[in-house]
Write a protein that binds this ligand. Structure first.
Ligand code: SF4
Length: 354
């Protein structure tokens, strides 16, 4: 028997590659379609459940292949239906995935890297520093696991956001391969309109993404509308300041026709003052965009606190009156390890250990 490490992960293969892989078993071509159907449509986690494949083939497959390599270490469900999952990767590192229940359809928040290089001041995911990129199949496995959990509780996954640990545009090749697998009718077969990619603002990659003209939703972690404050909160701003970032987003809108979402986490007395709202309205005036205000899920190790609800309201009202399209995100999962990265840090003890 092959060791788990030497087995082929079928989530890493496209349909043609699965067909090529199956030829070694001397099976007719339609078996590949059956196998793909089990993995991608019927959400099978094991070969044993693939009831229309001959038993001998199922056994052979179990010896040489796997459907994913990650192990679910922990699932925590909040009173509001949010589920946070902690996965162990094959090399022992861990990543988080969060299922978020919304009336318009549930969403899954995916990690794209173990740790992160960006060092955003308010983020638990970035605390351990960067460890490694996730492969496209590791990003996809989070989706499939979430889909199974949703199925089991009678709900359906509708959207996905690349907003968990990691900067997706810093893992360019694997994230693009993942998007291809999402959109591939023989794999996940989901429109990219249901996918939101969130970036701290890697301008050259935003411009490269714009050239691809994908029907993807782009979200920018903005969180401040002046360079000094933004550079303190998101060090990437020192390299790509606001003017360049917003110009890149304008270019994204011009080439794709899609509106950009600006995410703004409201931090008590840091970026929630009237002058902050004024600067934000000024920065985004007249743009095809949406502002998503996010009440902070506080992280014990970090000094930031959420803005009080009345200030959130005033901030949102000011932006609305200035003509911006603005929403306040509902705070989910605050009774379980709240912000992205916290679950991983809690269960892993020392965040530096990974
Ligand atoms: S907010 Fe996102 S980009 Fe910033 S450190 Fe955290 S994971 Fe990285």
């Amino acid at each position: 028997m092959c060791s788990a490490l030497a087995r082929i992960n079928l989530l890493a293969l496209n349909a043609d590659e699965v067909k090529g892989f199956l030829t070694r078993f001397g099976e007719p071509a339609f078996r590949a379609n059956q196998l793909l159907d089990w993995i991608w449509r019927k959400n099978a986690a094991t070969f044993a459940e693939m009831s229309n494949l001959p038993l001998a083939l199922r056994r052979q497959l179990a010896e040489v292949a796997v459907i994913g390599t990650m192990k679910l270490l922990r699932a925590q469900e909040s009173k509001d239906g949010t589920i946070k999952l902690l996965f162990a990767l094959q090399d022992g590192h861990t990543v988080e995935t969060v299922i978020l229940p919304y009336e318009i359809g549930d969403s899954v928040c995916l990690s794209t890297q173990v740790g992160c290089k960006m060092g955003c001041a308010f983020c638990a995911s970035g605390m351990p520093g960067f460890i490694r990129n996730l492969a496209q199949e590791e990003i996809m496995e989070q989706v499939l696991a979430a889909r199974r959990i949703e199925q089991a509780r009678g709900r359906r996954l509708k959207n996905m956001v690349l907003m968990g640990s990691g900067e997706p545009l810093d893992n360019w090749d694997e994230v693009l391969a993942f998007l291809e697998a999402v959109n591939d009718s023989q794999r996940l077969g989901m429109s990219l309109r249901h996918v939101t990619l969130s970036t701290a603002g890697l301008v050259p990659k935003i411009l490269e993404l714009a050239q691809k003209k994908l029907p993807l939703n782009l979200a920018i972690s903005l969180h401040a509308a002046d360079n000094d404050l933004r550079s303190r909160l998101l060090p990437v701003n020192k390299k790509y300041p606001l003017k360049e970032l917003v110009a890149a987003c304008d270019q994204y809108t011009a080439l794709t026709g899609r509106r950009v979402t600006y995410e703004y986490i409201l931090l008590d007395r840091i970026n929630d003052r009237p002058e902050d709202a004024r600067r934000l309205a000024e920065l985004l005036r007249g743009k095809l965009c949406h502002v998503n205000l996010i009440p902070l899920n506080p992280v014990a190790e970090l000094p930031y606190r959420p803005s009080p609800p009345e200030r959130v309201k005033t901030f949102a009202a000011f932006l609305g009156e200035a003509g911006l399209n603005v929403t306040v995100r509902r705070r989910l999962g605050s009774d379980i390890a709240a912000a992205c990265g916290q679950l991983r840090n809690l269960f892993c003890g020392d965040p530096n250990e990974g």
